[in-house]
Write a protein that binds this ligand. Structure first.
Ligand SMILES: Cc1cc2nc3c(=O)[nH]c(=O)nc-3n(C[C@H](O)[C@H](O)[C@H](O)COP(=O)(O)OP(=O)(O)OC[C@H]3O[C@@H](n4cnc5c(N)ncnc54)[C@H](O)[C@@H]3O)c2cc1C
Length: 492
């Protein structure tokens, strides 16, 4: 395998001598969507992330590719309609990464949502899906519901409604999208920070980059810049463009992952929290159950957001209410994750009532930021950004390579959760951008989140292959092991 430090250096040196059509800052799902669209249209594109790809919000979602049944309540019709369309498109474009999932929405006496309102809601959802629906909803009696989910609380159960949505592992989808865009001629570097923007009012902007692996700095030139930095948007816009006020509001969403036999693993279950009536989900994920989410205003910096005991207890209490025999406690939690939603500022709305639409801002000619939106709509958001740049006459109109649906490679999916060998680790390093132990055991193979042992068995082998690939010193490798140890403690 080529020395990976040298490979990064050569790549950045070559890029220094070109003028890029587009530099994308931020390698979460939004940046990945813009990159897919730009490379599909053959624009010279570089995407950089200050940390690992999908290490921001795009590994902490509920992992649903969905229209958003919940958004019917806030009457976000357009968002539901577009999301359903995108759900169908992703099922077609990324069949190894996105699949259909059945949902059960049980109804109980005394709850705000009656069986008939859920039934009506799912039909409305179905009609809004239009040509892109995944089948009609089905009403089930109490007995039928309990046959499907025997662990479900039977007391006061009136029945349930079954409907379908989609599911994808967010980090796998993000990294696979970046991988597919690179296969189409794009360039992507993680652990590469933007340290300075100059010439921002000129036709060609200069961007100073710091490779955080080697510590070297480079200056690349680009005609356009798209900032897809999610919860970092306000702080960077204040720093770079003299923005005075916050435009987005951050809301923390927590999930816990548990191992329980009380749920069948065949479908997700929607639960109205007995604490505040919010809709939460218990979703089968990678052989475990993902429970979430919370929705509370947050003011800490994105990299400091943490799961509190209160968050954990809220989710455990909700699950135990619906699956009383589960009797889950804090010690049953395999891992927990917190992410920050970007909601468009509105003074009075509660976080859960705020719109999930995205916010696009122009910061001078050829510089645009995008924040918010959904995992589900990332392809459409990417297309919107490219359309916006074209409408500003910032890009030549280029025809997509093909008018057929783009195929997003599912190769990474084959390495998820698998036992690791020297050869599979090398593959992950060389083709899927792993630079350290956590990249590999967390966002590529998911061992950190779903393995109670956190993939510790693989740490030495992974460290050895990384040292070989990057020519890391013994000290650097020891630091990585220590850092992984610390990180794995944080996820419990
Ligand atoms: C709890 C929760 C549950 C959700 N569930 C769902 C769901 O089920 N389905 C759905 O469709 N959507 C869901 N969403 C929404 C979805 O997850 C987000 O909209 C999406 O992940 C945001 O991606 P992003 O790329 O915009 O931001 P992020 O993923 O946060 O990416 C921003 C990136 O920018 C990088 N960055 C920041 N500053 C710099 C810099 N100076 N230089 C370089 N890089 C920088 C960061 O390192 C980061 O990787 C959920 C969101 C949350 C919080």
């Amino acid at each position: 395998m080529e020395n990976q430090k040298r490979k990064r250096h050569n790549q950045l040196k070559n890029l220094e001598s070109e003028i890029l059509d587009l530099l994308i800052i931020g390698g979460g799902i939004t940046g990945a969507g813009v990159m897919l669209c730009a490379t599909e249209q053959k624009y010279k594109t570089l995407l950089v992330d200050q940390g690992d790809f999908s290490s921001g919000t795009s590994w902490a979602s509920t992992k649903l590719v969905h229209g958003g049944l919940r958004y019917l309540e806030t009457m976000d019709w357009a968002l539901v309609f577009e999301s359903c369309k995108e759900r169908k498109r992703l099922l077609k474009e990324a069949p190894q990464l996105v699949h259909e999932l059945e949902f059960m929405f049980p109804a109980y006496s005394g709850q705000r949502r009656k069986l008939w309102t859920i039934w009506l809601g799912t039909w409305l959802y179905y009609f809004l899906s239009f040509f892109w629906n995944l089948g009609t909803p089905k009403k089930k009696s109490k007995a039928q519901s309990l046959r499907l989910e025997p662990g479900l609380k039977s007391d006061q159960l009136n029945g349930s409604v079954l409907y379908k949505d989609g599911q994808a592992t967010d980090s796998t989808l993000t990294i696979s999208s970046i991988h597919s865009a690179c296969a189409r001629g794009g360039h992507a570097l993680n652990y590469c920070s933007v340290t300075r923007l100059t010439n921002i009012h000129e036709d060609v902007k200069h961007i100073e980059l710091k490779d955080r692996i080697s510590g070297d700095t480079y200056t690349v030139k680009a005609k356009n810049i798209v900032m897809a930095v999610g919860p970092w948007t306000d702080s960077l816009c204040k720093q770079w463009f003299d923005q005075k006020q916050d435009r987005i509001r951050l809301s923390k969403g927590v999930h816990i992952i548990v191992d329980t036999q009380e749920m069948s693993q065949k479908r997700a279950v929607a639960m109205l929290s007995p604490i505040d009536g919010r809709v939460t989900f218990a979703v089968p994920w990678e052989g475990k159950v993902l429970i979430g989410t919370t929705d509370t205003d947050e003011t800490v910096l994105p990299h400091k957001v943490e799961v509190s005991d209160q968050d954990r207890l809220y989710l455990l209490e909700t699950f135990n209410h619906y699956f009383p025999q589960a009797k889950l406690g804090i010690t049953n939690i395999i891992s927990s994750m917190a992410g920050l939603r970007c909601l468009i500022q509105s003074e009075d709305a509660k976080p859960s009532d705020s719109s999930r639409e995205h916010l696009i801002q122009t910061h001078g000619t050829g510089i645009i930021s995008i924040a918010g939106g959904k995992l589900t709509t990332y392809r459409a958001m990417g297309e919107e950004m490219m359309g916006k740049l074209r409408s500003m006459n910032r890009l030549q109109n280029q025809k997509p390579e093909t008018s057929e649906a783009l195929h997003i490679s599912g190769n990474l999916r084959e390495l998820v959760k698998k036992d690791l060998t020297a050869s599979s680790i090398d593959q992950l390093i060389e083709h899927f951008y792993c630079t350290n132990i956590e990249d590999l055991l967390a966002r590529r193979t998911l061992h950190l989140f779903i393995d109670p042992n956190r993939g510790r068995n693989w740490v030495d082998l992974v460290a050895q292959r990384l040292q070989h690939a990057f020519d890391y010193s013994d000290q650097e490798i020891d630091d990585q092991k220590r850092s992984y140890q610390k990180t794995s403690g944080r996820y419990s």
